[in-house]
Design a protein around this ligand. Structure first.
Ligand SMILES: [Fe+2]
Ligand SMILES: [Fe+2]
Length: 400
């Protein structure tokens, strides 16, 4: 297990290398750790995120005042990247492997073919999203939805970049099927149709900043857990069959959930561009079919049940982190609305993203100033934060 000292040292180094561009901001909340479990877990997930982000080409939306080449050299400086990546295996061991082990055990007795046959009908007949159902009746739905978009932006502003890492190499006909799906995700080379661009439009409709990584100070632990689980799979070829399982579950779940979001936006926020969701409700029907018929089934036919189990492990791990993320989103909305009803919290955020210290519920007692909670609003009375669900993260306006 990584020591708090190692996290602190790295955190300091990442802060000095961050510069002024939000897209290259590598800060993590690894300083002044006192061993409090939620805070430590949050810092570890942030560190893993930074390691994974180092695999991407990232450019700022606008040219910086100084040299972009110098910024690029600093962000991807090899020895510093190495120091960060050196912690990756230990972090994955602690944060992600338990999820994979649980998923592996849960699917050990499943037959892959019957699992696949049952997956779509099960998802289709599942009750509506509890989070969206809550928003239907909530006068504060705009704030909750803004919060949802901010948490989702960790992944969706670079949508399919993780899965692109699973397409390079040389592995037969399934590779070409995965590549065709990837082309769709990237809008067939038409920038305005790239899925991350469609997501930007929805974010803009809620007045949000659309630059990748801009909202890192507001991402909470469950959001990072979703991001990091996906990247843990796709950034290592040893997990190839689990990557396929991720795609199997994600494409199947998405064709259903995006329809719900599209209808929700149309009803409650009709001026917001919901093309991102409409597009997925349509295209992921095809993506599911392609994953099943051209990737999953041929791979199991060729390599046997062992591969079926790996695929199911990836699918079940995805189900678990998605479900945990959804449950957290609803629990947080309920906790925040209850605090606001007592006058201890206030809905609504300002356009500036706060960059002060992070606050977790376990440390609420030690805080004396108000702080922002994601995209939802402000916690006015810190003691109200004590009962918030584990994994919640508040952010003070300035470093205190
Ligand atoms: Fe997509
Ligand atoms: Fe898709």
């Amino acid at each position: 297990m990584i020591s708090l000292q190692a996290l602190e040292d790295l955190s300091r180094d990442l802060a000095t290398r961050s510069g002024g561009l939000s897209v290259y901001d590598m800060r993590v909340d690894g300083e002044r750790l006192d061993g409090a479990p939620q805070r430590t877990r949050y810092a570890k997930h942030q560190t893993l995120l930074r390691s994974y982000q180092g695999r991407y080409v990232l450019l700022p939306d606008a040219a910086p005042a100084g040299s972009i080449v110098a910024d690029l050299m600093r962000r991807y400086e090899p020895s510093a990247m190495q120091a960060l990546d050196a912690l990756r295996a230990d972090l994955e061991d602690e944060l992600i492997n338990p999820i994979l082990q649980k998923a592996s055990a849960a699917s050990a007795a499943e037959d892959a073919r019957s699992y696949i046959e049952a997956l779509l009908p099960t998802i289709r007949t599942a009750p509506p999203s509890r989070f969206l159902s809550y928003l239907e009746a909530s006068p504060h739905r705009e704030h909750h939805y803004r919060h949802f978009l901010i948490q989702s932006s960790a992944d969706l502003l670079a949508e399919a970049s993780a899965s692109a890492l699973g397409v390079i190499g040389e592995f037969g006909a399934p590779q070409s099927a995965l590549f065709r799906i990837l082309i769709d995700e990237f809008g067939y080379g038409e920038h305005a149709k790239k899925h991350s661009q469609l997501f930007r439009k929805t974010m803009s409709g809620f007045g949000l900043n659309t630059e990748y990584n801009a909202y890192w100070p507001l991402w909470d632990t469950p959001a990072l857990e979703v991001h990091n689980t996906i990247h843990c799979l796709f950034q290592s070829s040893r997990h190839f069959f689990k990557q396929v399982g991720f795609l199997l579950f994600a494409e199947t779940a998405y064709q259903h959930s995006t329809g719900e979001h599209f209808r929700y936006l149309k009803k409650h926020h009709p001026s917001v561009d919901g093309t991102y969701f409409a597009e997925h409700a349509h295209i992921d029907i095809h993506h599911t079919r392609m994953v099943v018929e051209e990737v999953v089934v041929p791979l199991i036919d060729k390599f046997g049940p062992e591969v079926g189990h790996e695929i199911l492990t990836g699918a079940e791990a995805t189900r678990a982190v998605f479900a945990a993320g959804d449950a957290h989103m609803l629990a947080l909305a309920l906790a925040f609305d209850a605090a606001a009803a007592d006058g201890r919290a206030r809905h609504g955020v300002r356009p500036t993203i706060p960059t002060g210290a992070a606050v977790t519920p376990e440390a609420a007692r030690t805080v004396s100033t108000q702080f922002q909670l994601g995209g939802m609003g402000w916690i006015l009375d810190p003691s109200a934060f004590e009962g918030f669900p584990a994994g919640s993260v508040g952010r003070m306006e300035v470093q205190g």
